[in-house]
Design a protein around this ligand. Sequence first.
Ligand code: AMP
Ligand code: GLY
Length: 420
Amino acid sequence: MNILVIGNGGREHSICWAISQNPKCENIYCAPGSDGISEVAESINIDISNITLIIEFCKKKCVDLVVIGPEGPLEKGLSDQLSSANIQTFGPSRNASKLESSKVFAKKVCKSFNGLTARYEEFDNIESAKKFLNSTTYPIVIKRDGLASGKGVTIVENEKKAIKTLNSIFKPDSKKEKILIEEHLTGEEVSLFIISDGVDCLSLGSAQDHKRLLDNDEGPNTGGMGAYSPAPVLTKEIEEKAILDIVKPTINEMEKRGTPFKGILYAGLMICDGLPYLIEYNVRFGDPECQVLMMRLGGQILDVILDCLNGNLKNSRVNWANDHALTVVITSKGYPNEYNRGSVIPNLSKIKEHTNLKIFHAGTKKRSGLYYSNGGRVLNVTTRGENLKEVQRLAYRAVSKINWEDGFYRQDIGDKGIKN
Ligand code: AMP
Ligand code: GLY
């Protein structure tokens, strides 16, 4: 098969790496890809917002399957457009992507079957939101409705911060905004990944993300500083309950509405007193959670995607090894605020990758045989092994060998899982 992956980050690097291990894959392309991704797939430097160019490319190269990585193109309807051009595409439709692109929509779907989620109120103007504050107890969570690259959620501890947050959202000259004000849940967060063909569901495993910049979950939110899989906090029983009480009813509700969900459903869950609460849905693999899932799934990912597209998910299986995977994200110093690009990572080429150690590139550029930083999140040092302790040791050994002086990373990825 000829396969095109859409995206350019560490997530897409890991997807290309995993798919290319499946013997069914003859040629793999990635648009726009990156220099790092070019080590496993041919990067195609085209503007992915230009549907005509993507279709032209698919026809020219006889592409049999397109896999869409990020949420942006899904929200814009890339999956619908490619399917209309008779190009087999893996990724939910624009309407089904609303589970991620509108938090209000996701809440309403969850409410339709009384799924466990934080209590909430919806507002479209600052006056009524402020009025609501008079009757609330803190902390509360204020969420913008639309996609916000991880910057749309603020946890506020008092009224002063709540008003400041509302003022920054409802600016006098800004477009119409919708927000949710939610009850603050305490517990342990975990990500559950489900593949669905619109009717059936199959679990692709769990992962624990590390969203905060600093050790012990301190500092500002980021896109994700590391992950490990599986996440021990999601026991078999809790996972089954989450699928039965939240995920399956969501899939049923989407079908009932005439907008079946076909793709990867990423449920962000909070485990409170042994029960899974839905925090949010995403409609694609998480980044960097995908990197640890791909490390464990390898070439099988292509088989489950094909089963899903062929309506055969019911009979599909994942053969899990008794393994663990972990990834440490190395960022540019300064991320998630301002940072410099173009710093050389001199020791990167000295790292010997093998089946249990892969370095996925999130933001690099190659010049004269050397990699330079080219983004906030730069590298994902990803390992696989028999237990969490081993994969943590292996990953940090590689990170310290890279010893990149303009880089930053958390030192505690995996600690929580080892304690559990
Ligand atoms: P989201 O973009 O909805 O995943 O929110 C980003 C982060 O905010 C989540 O990963 C949680 O850490 C936190 N968060 C969101 N909603 C809640 C909630 N209701 N209670 C506690 N924390 C929350
Ligand atoms: N790592 C969080 C996300 O991909 O949304």
